[in-house]
Structures are given as structure tokens and as C-alpha cells.
Design a binder for this molecule. Structure first.
Ligand SMILES: Cc1cc2nc3c(=O)[nH]c(=O)nc-3n(C[C@H](O)[C@H](O)[C@H](O)COP(=O)(O)OP(=O)(O)OC[C@H]3O[C@@H](n4cnc5c(N)ncnc54)[C@H](O)[C@@H]3O)c2cc1C
Length: 507
């Protein structure tokens, strides 16, 4: 997504981009989806399921390779693709951080058809009822997700059933017991929508794109959906107080306008927020192109190499979230061979939305306007960070006692120390760790890939995921969560994309 930004009134704008590998860019589509990642592909697939016609999915990155990274790489190299993004040609950070080191380093997009759905781990947890409730979330959205939607099962139940079927009927290793006692706690298996390649260590997490993999690796979208890759959306086309389409730049630098009745932003939280802020400002609905509420999960943990024999079996485990701490504890056990295992323990907690955590565009003659990101922690977040550390210390003390090891105290660096971030779990680092000596780490904000909250439902968006201030414009993805809760976002992202498809299809 680089190149010379054209001026807003570039005469080239009226030309239609050359055919390229994806065929000519249509001049009009009924529904344009901006961004072909987890939320966008799910939305397109669900719209097709409703018989929608004339859906155009625009993706900035390429679409030739549609495999999950854990299908193409063994665990070590796949982890490095995530944690050492210079090894990933698709890594791209379109924003600048005004709060470094947060939103720097591994914080960014994976710019390709599929987006981060080709990287994610498939962990699907519903948002906790202490976060997913009115007034933060609109009551009708809460009811649709958790109780019943359109007279049928809730969206959470429908998506969980489909993802369980996709995964081969189970969401965890059937050999894992329902409860695993360890460190004075009773762990549950962590639900993951994944399927394994038999006889190998390769696996993939759910993506709606799996159903689109056609001959020669090219996506074969369902009838009614057209896909244009290598096509970056520069701005929403705003005229007469309505979203009328999008302005795009193709790989060859040609700029064009695609008219649309409906535009849905699914470009990842920061990019969708940039596009919305810019459009709302042009429409006169915002005084300046700046939107608050940006949040990520606050995650910290420790990793320790241990003799394998007395640890739970390799796998992923978790405890239900603690409503007071707004966090949940997760434990992964990896078999390292030679009688050793790696114990990776982390607490994931909710950063509360606040108006000083913002995505802000600096208007410029050319497009796209550059997004700047800032983040702040509230006093409640700082308190949570302390509480998470107490939980990790207590858990390690209990686990070490159980294993008959000396309980070395866990030492933490200041939150936001870039030398002690989540890249500590890279195999290059853990390989050299001494047995029995835990090392702590804390993720920098923006590096969990769970960023959301800056286009909140019930405030900037109505319960139909539409911008009341700019008819014709909608959004999907974690950006629309008014509160993140502690759960990983994607079960809710998928459920909301399907819900939006059914609302749009119903007209
Ligand atoms: C390693 C890893 C593990 C994860 N594990 C989990 C997990 O276990 N559970 C969970 O719930 N979540 C997990 N996540 C998070 C999850 O993947 C994201 O929350 C999710 O992908 C966000 O969906 P999205 O559609 O908003 O963004 P993305 O999936 O990032 O998609 C955005 C798409 O928009 C495109 N785009 C951006 N700007 C433009 C533009 N201007 N024009 C056109 N296209 C554009 C991008 O190229 C990209 O394809 C994980 C993420 C990573 C990286």
C-alpha cells in the first residue's frame, strides 16, 4: 500500500483501472466490502448465502496464496512469521504511532486476501456477560448474540455449531479431559476452531476463505461475489451527505471511483477508523478526523522450560474470566522433546475504552490521509495490570510447589518495556532458556492483534452497524465492539459479520 498518493481531484479518478489479474474493476456494485480479512470475507460469504447479488470485495493485498501460515510452516517458522514480521512479505503497518513503543513492532496488518484469518489461532470464546451488556452494547445486539436471533438460535450458538462442524466435530483434542487440575486450579480445554493435517504438525484455523480455494490457488468466490485484490481503498466517496462508493488505487497506480449503494468498512480497526473519520469529516459530521475508544487486550505472562513428566498433556487450557480482574488465564503446554516441555502462561484482560486512545488522520491534499494512533491507560487499567501480576505470581508459586521446584519469584518490568514484550516467546529465545527459570513478558498495546473499539455500536454506529451520520456506510470487525471484554474477539467478529449480512439481505 505504497506509491504516490494522487491528489483528491486527480483527473485519473474518472478512469477505470486496467484489467490486471483480477479482470476489470467494475464501475458500480450494489455492496462494496472494503478489506478481505476475517470480517470482510465472512460478510461476503454470508451475503452470498442469503442470495445477495453484486457484492464487490476490495482487498489491498494479493490473493494468490490462501493458506494459513500453520499449514505452510512448522510451528517455529510460523511463530517467527508472526513475531519477526520482517520475515512476512505481507506485514504492513499503515499507521504511525504517537505512543511508541505501543502500536509499533509487530503491530500491523497482514495485507493479503484473508488478512489475519490466515494467521489466527482459532481461539473462540464468547464475550463475557459483564462486558457484553447494555448500556455499553445495544440491547438488541446482545440479545441477537446470546439469546435468539430472527426466531432461531443466537448468533453465538449458530457460529459455534458451524465452526465445530468445520473443525471435524470437536473444538479441542478429544484426548484432553473436561477438567485438568494444575497449580491449584481446574482448567478447561481452550476452544479452538482448527483442523489438523493428519499425520503432520500442520493445522489451520477457520476462515470463510477456505470454501473459496479454487484450482490453481485462485479464489473462487461464491456466485454473487466478485473479488478485486491489489486494490487499495483510499477513501469513501462522500457526496450530498451520503456514502456513494469508494475511491481506489489499483496495483498499477491507476485511481478510480467505484459507485456503490452500500459500503462496509472491514479494513481492520485502524484502517476502517481512518476511512470512517475521513468520510465523517467530509460529510460535516465530525469537526476533525479523530475518533477515540481504541483499545487492545492487556496481556502479560511468563514462559518456563520444565521436565515434561509432571505437566498436563500438551495442549491449550484456560480458566473462565474473572469479572473483577476483567481477565482470563490461559496455559499452553508444548512438547519440546528430550523429556522437556514449555509452559506458556498468560493473562488476557480488557483495556477499557477511553477518549484519549485515538485514531487521528492528518488531512492532506493527497490520499490516503495518514492515520496516527495514540493510546492511554485508565487508572482501572493500571490496577488491572497489578492484579494480573499477582495472579501470575500466585499461579506460578502453586505450580512450582506442585512440581517440587523452588518457587523463584516472578519479576516484571514496567508495562510497555519493549525489551520484555511478547517476542520473548519466540523459539529463538525460549530454546536458550534454563530449565525451571520462568521469564516474564508483557505485550505492547496494539501487538495482540485484538485492537478494536473505535467505531462503537450504539454510539457512532447504530444497532444495524450503520453510521446514522452518513447513510450508506457500515462497518464490521472488532472496531465496532463498544467494549472488548477479556475474550479473544473473533467469535464475536464472525457472529457480527453474519448478523450484518442477514440485516443487509433483509433490506
Ligand atoms: C497470530 C495471530 C493470532 C490470532 N489469534 C486469534 C485467536 O486465536 N482468536 C481470536 O479471536 N483472534 C485472534 N487473532 C486476531 C484476529 O485475527 C483479528 O482480530 C481479526 O483478523 C480482525 O479481523 P479484521 O477483518 O478486522 O481485520 P484483518 O483480518 O486484519 O483484515 C483486514 C483486511 O483489510 C485489508 N485492508 C486494509 N486496509 C485496506 C484498504 N485501505 N483497502 C483495501 N483493503 C484494506 C487488509 O489487507 C486485510 O486483508 C489473532 C491474530 C494474529 C495475527
Amino acid at each position: 500500500m505504497s506509491g504516490n498518493p494522487p491528489s483528491h481531484h486527480d483527473p485519473a479518478a474518472s478512469r477505470v483501472a486496467g484489467p490486471g489479474p483480477w479482470g476489470p474493476l467494475p464501475g458500480h456494485a450494489r455492496t462494496v466490502i472494503v478489506g478481505g480479512g476475517l470480517a470482510g470475507v465472512e460478510l461476503a460469504a454470508a451475503l452470498a448465502g442469503h442470495g445477495a447479488e453484486d457484492v464487490l470485495l476490495l482487498e489491498a493485498g494479493p490473493g494468490e496464496e490462501l493458506s494459513h501460515i500453520h499449514m505452510t510452516h512448522p510451528r517455529g517458522p510460523a511463530t517467527e512469521v508472526v513475531f519477526a514480521p520482517d520475515r512476512d512479505p505481507h506485514f504492513h503497518r499503515p499507521w504511525l504511532s504517537d505512543a511508541p513503543p505501543h502500536y509499533t513492532g509487530i503491530s500491523g496488518l497482514r495485507c493479503r486476501l484473508g488478512g489475519r484469518s490466515l494467521y489466527w489461532h482459532g481461539v473462540i470464546l464468547p464475550l463475557e456477560d459483564w462486558a457484553l451488556r447494555p448500556p455499553a452494547w445495544p440491547a438488541e445486539v446482545v440479545a441477537d448474540l446470546t439469546t435468539t436471533a430472527a426466531g432461531g438460535p443466537s448468533w453465538y450458538d449458530r457460529v459455534t455449531a458451524d465452526l465445530t462442524a468445520w473443525s471435524g466435530g470437536v473444538l479441542w483434542d478429544p484426548a484432553q479431559p473436561a477438567r485438568t487440575p494444575f497449580g491449584g486450579r481446574e482448567f478447561h480445554p481452550l476452544p479452538r476452531a482448527c483442523r489438523h493435517l493428519p499425520g503432520t504438525d500442520r493445522w489451520e484455523a477457520y476462515t470463510a476463505l477456505a470454501a473459496w480455494r479454487g484450482p490453481g490457488g485462485r479464489p473462487t468466490p461464491p456466485p454473487g461475489v466478485r473479488v478485486r485484490c491489489d486494490t487499495e481503498v483510499l477513501a469513501v466517496d462522500v457526496r450530498d451527505g451520503r456514502a456513494r462508493g469508494v475511491r481506489v488505487r489499483a496495483a498499477d497506480g491507476t485511481v478510480a471511483t467505484v459507485a456503490a449503494d452500500t459500503v462496509v468498512l472491514c479494513a481492520g480497526t485502524v484502517e476502517s477508523t481512518r476511512l470512517a473519520a475521513q468520510a465523517l469529516t467530509e460529510a460535516g459530521a465530525l469537526r476533525a478526523p479523530r475518533l477515540g475508544g481504541l483499545a487492545d487486550h492487556i496481556v502479560q505472562g511468563f514462559v518456563v522450560r520444565l521436565p515434561a513428566g509432571r505437566l498436563p498433556a500438551p495442549g491449550s487450557y484456560h480458566l473462565p474470566a474473572d469479572p473483577v480482574l476483567r481477565s482470563y488465564l490461559r496455559m499452553d503446554v508444548y512438547d519440546e522433546g528430550h523429556g522437556e516441555a514449555l509452559l506458556d502462561v498468560r493473562v488476557t484482560g480488557e483495556q477499557l475504552p477511553n477518549e484519549d486512545s485515538v485514531v487521528e488522520c492528518r488531512p492532506s491534499a493527497g490520499q490516503p490521509w495518514r492515520a496516527h494512533v495514540r493510546t492511554e491507560l485508565l487508572p482501572e487499567d493500571h490496577k488491572m495490570i497489578g492484579g494480573q501480576r499477582d495472579l501470575l505470581r500466585d499461579f506460578w508459586a502453586a505450580a512450582a510447589r506442585e512440581l517440587g521446584l523452588p518457587a523463584t519469584a516472578l519479576e516484571f518490568a514496567g508495562f510497555g518495556d519493549a525489551d520484555r514484550d511478547n517476542t520473548r516467546v519466540l523459539p529463538d529465545h525460549t530454546r536458550g532458556q534454563s530449565t525451571g527459570r520462568p521469564e516474564t513478558w508483557a505485550s505492547l498495546l496494539g501487538t495482540e492483534d485484538h485492537e478494536g473499539g473505535s467505531l462503537p455500536l450504539g454510539r457512532l454506529l447504530d444497532a444495524r452497524q450503520a453510521f446514522p451520520a452518513l447513510p450508506g456506510l457500515y462497518a464490521a470487525g472488532p472496531a465496532v465492539f463498544p467494549r472488548l471484554g477479556a475474550a479473544n474477539p473473533s467469535l464475536t467478529t464472525i457472529a457480527l459479520s453474519r448478523r450484518l449480512a442477514s440485516l443487509l439481505a433483509a433490506g
